[in-house]
Each structure stands twice: as structure tokens, then as C-alpha cells.
Design a protein. Structure first.
Length: 378
């Protein structure tokens, strides 16, 4: 028998928080997050998204054993921005048992129905600025801040009556494929001409003005993504959180702004794939985080073992598209990577409908991971 109940005690909170370490203990591809990052995600007082969301955490047990978790929630800013009336589910984790999965998903569906919402969408924990979508292929180790889950989740979700809403993909570039495609050589000929013709200037992130730089980033990001599927603009509090969390991973040589005629037009912000260090440091409940950070720093800075870079954030204002700005940013990022220790780049996530996918493929990139949003009409 499966018992699903709302999280409302300290023990429930602890069990909910720690469940992934139990679920994935024998999965070599799962990479545990820093405990502080999971706290910031789940703590409604600290995650700024909860200032405009409402929802409940649920935990499933069989006897005394925790067997799954889920969150049912409403993103009011999303509904206002997109003129929708939907609910979401997230933090969906379950043992390989269809009864447990059904009980969890039915709980989220019932929660939404009781409040009169027209559909349930997910998984998303808890906005498009955070981890979202279900991994449906290539179940290798994930890159930093990208969801990972077992293959059986997709069957459980579709069995509960959900259908595909949209896919996002990750694009993989490495030195060999880009060399074979002559990508850097061709970009080296195209980009300077486009930059001169369209008065494009690309500059690196100014670390002395980091807070001001991130405000420019927010303004470009909100403008560039405003018409994207499910996008909701950053709030000031979310920007502050981004600066304090993602900011510590930023290497200035991997972050660029583009200006057109002196006006901020675009940005590209790449970060090292810290998951390669976290996999070795292996954060776990009960271990003091300063010790975890020391181990992580050892594998990141002292005895570097990180070979990959992720480009999670890139945006071009609509009025500056199709002028070569995208290629200029990408070219500068590649040129910054060439003399470094980094061997490959993940560009994602990208909506499956994004025309940039074809450009990426011509530059030697390939789609190598797909994450799917599901929806159930109520």
C-alpha cells in the first residue's frame, strides 16, 4: 500500500530532502547537488520563486520506507504572463514501481483539480530558470544544473495520462567535431566581416562591476526570451539569487556581452561543468559543506578534472537577430576555450523549435540529450 501525504513535519522535510541520495545510491550516473543548492531550491523562504508561487510538497511511503516525492504548485506569474490557468508538478522522484508513481501523480492531479485548474504541466522544479523537463534519452551523467532521472519515469508519466507538450535539447560540441566541420576556420572568416558590417562589438564580463553586469544580463535576457515557450521574466530577487549562486561558478573568460552601435544587444554566459568535480566530491547529507567545497575546489582548481563547459544562458534581443550577433558570441566563446583545458561544450537547453539548432549543427554540434515537458488536460 502506498501512502502519499503532504510534507508537514520536520521529519517529513528531512526525508523529502534526502530521498534522492537513497533512490540513486546505486546509479553511477547520478551526481548529487551541493546541499546548500538543494536547500535554496526547496526552502520557500529562500527560493524567490515562492514569492509568486503557491504549492505543497508530498512524500510517498510504503510502511516506514520513503518511496517517492512530488510537488504540486501554481506559478501565478506564469499564468498571468501567458494568460493560462494551469498547475505544475515538480521534484518527481520514485522507485521503479508503477503504483507509487501513479499515487504521486494522481495526488498532483487531484491537487490541481480541487483548485479548478485546466491542466497540469511538468516536471519543473520550479521555473524555467531552474531544472526543468524530463530526461528521455541518453541517460549518461548530467551536466551542471540539468535534470537527470531514470528511464522508467517517462512510462509512468504517460501512463498517468500525460502527453508531450514540447521538447528541449542539449547540443554537444567538441574539438574534434568542430575541427572536422571546419567550424572555427569558417567562423573566423564570417564573424569579423559581420561584426564590421553591423557595428558589433563583443566584450568580456567586467568582474569589477559584476552586479551591474548581471543587471544588463537580466534586461537582455528578459527581452530576448519574452516570446519563448513558458518563459517568465526574472524578478529582482531572482537576479540577486542568481548572482549569489551561479555567480560563484562564473569564469570571466567564458562570459561575453555583445553591443550593436554601442547598445547592449546580447550575452553569452558559460560555466564550467562543476558536476565533474561534484561527482568526485560526492556531497551527501551529514557531511559539512565546507569539507565538500574543499573537495570540489580540489578537483576544479588544484587538480583540475573538469573538461566540459555548459552554455546555459544566451540571449539576443529580437531587433538585433540575424545580423551575426549570435555567431559572434559563439565564436568568441570558442576562441576563449581553445587555449584552455576545456575539451567540449554543451549548449542547452534549446527548444526543439529554435532555428539556431540548424546553425549549431552546421558548426559541428549534435543533439545528444532531450528533455521533455508533459501536460495533462483536466
Amino acid at each position: 500500500m502506498v501512502d502519499v501525504r503532504k510534507v508537514d513535519t520536520k521529519q517529513d522535510e528531512k526525508d523529502f530532502f534526502e530521498f534522492p541520495w537513497t533512490l540513486y545510491k546505486d546509479d553511477p550516473n547520478w551526481i548529487p547537488p551541493l546541499l546548500s543548492m538543494r536547500h535554496e531550491l526547496l526552502d520557500k523562504k529562500h527560493n524567490p520563486a515562492w514569492t509568486y508561487m503557491e504549492g505543497d510538497y508530498f512524500i510517498a511511503r510504503q510502511g516506514d520506507k520513503v518511496v517517492g516525492t512530488i510537488t504540486a504548485f501554481i506559478n501565478h506569474r506564469h499564468n498571468d504572463y501567458h494568460n493560462e490557468y494551469i498547475a505544475w508538478f515538480g521534484t518527481f522522484e520514485t522507485i521503479n514501481d508503477p503504483q507509487v508513481a501513479k499515487a504521486l501523480l494522481d495526488t498532483a492531479i487531484a491537487w490541481a483539480k480541487e483548485r479548478g485548474y485546466t491542466s497540469v504541466r511538468g516536471p519543473q522544479s520550479f521555473t524555467t530558470h531552474e531544472e526543468c523537463g524530463l530526461l528521455v534519452d541518453n541517460f549518461s551523467s548530467p551536466i551542471i544544473l540539468v535534470p537527470y532521472n531514470p528511464p522508467y519515469y517517462a512510462d509512468f508519466i504517460t501512463a498517468a495520462g500525460f502527453h508531450k507538450a514540447i521538447d528541449t535539447v542539449c547540443i554537444y560540441f567538441d574539438r574534434q567535431t568542430m575541427t572536422e566541420a571546419n567550424a572555427i576556420e569558417r567562423l573566423g572568416k564570417l564573424v569579423p566581416r559581420a561584426m564590421e558590417r553591423n557595428h558589433i562589438v563583443v566584450r568580456p564580463l567586467n568582474t569589477r562591476r559584476r552586479k551591474d553586469e548581471f543587471k544588463i544580463f537580466r534586461d537582455i535576457y528578459n527581452a530576448a526570451w519574452e516570446k519563448n515557450w513558458s518563459f517568465v521574466p526574472f524578478t529582482d530577487k531572482e537576479l540577486d539569487t542568481l548572482i549569489s549562486s551561479l555567480g560563484m561558478f562564473v569564469e570571466p573568460q567564458l562570459a561575453f556581452f555583445a553591443e550593436v552601435n554601442g547598445e547592449p544587444a546580447a550575452f553569452a554566459l558559460a560555466i564550467p561543468n562543476l558536476n565533474e568535480a561534484l561527482q568526485k566530491a560526492h556531497p551527501q547529507p551529514g557531511e559539512p559543506e565546507p569539507w565538500t567545497l574543499l573537495k570540489t575546489a580540489w578537483h576544479w582548481k588544484i587538480r583540475p578534472s573538469i573538461e566540459g563547459v555548459r552554455l546555459p544562458l544566451m540571449g539576443v534581443k529580437e531587433q538585433y537577430r540575424n545580423r551575426g550577433v549570435e555567431l559572434a558570441l559563439f565564436y568568441h566563446l570558442l576562441m576563449a576555450m581553445l587555449p584552455s583545458k576545456y575539451q567540449w561544450l554543451d549548449a542547452g537547453w534549446i527548444l526543439e523549435t529554435n532555428p539556431l539548432l540548424e546553425i549549431a549543427k552546421k558548426c559541428g554540434g549534435k543533439v545528444y540529450k532531450t528533455h521533455r515537458f508533459y501536460e495533462k488536460i483536466l
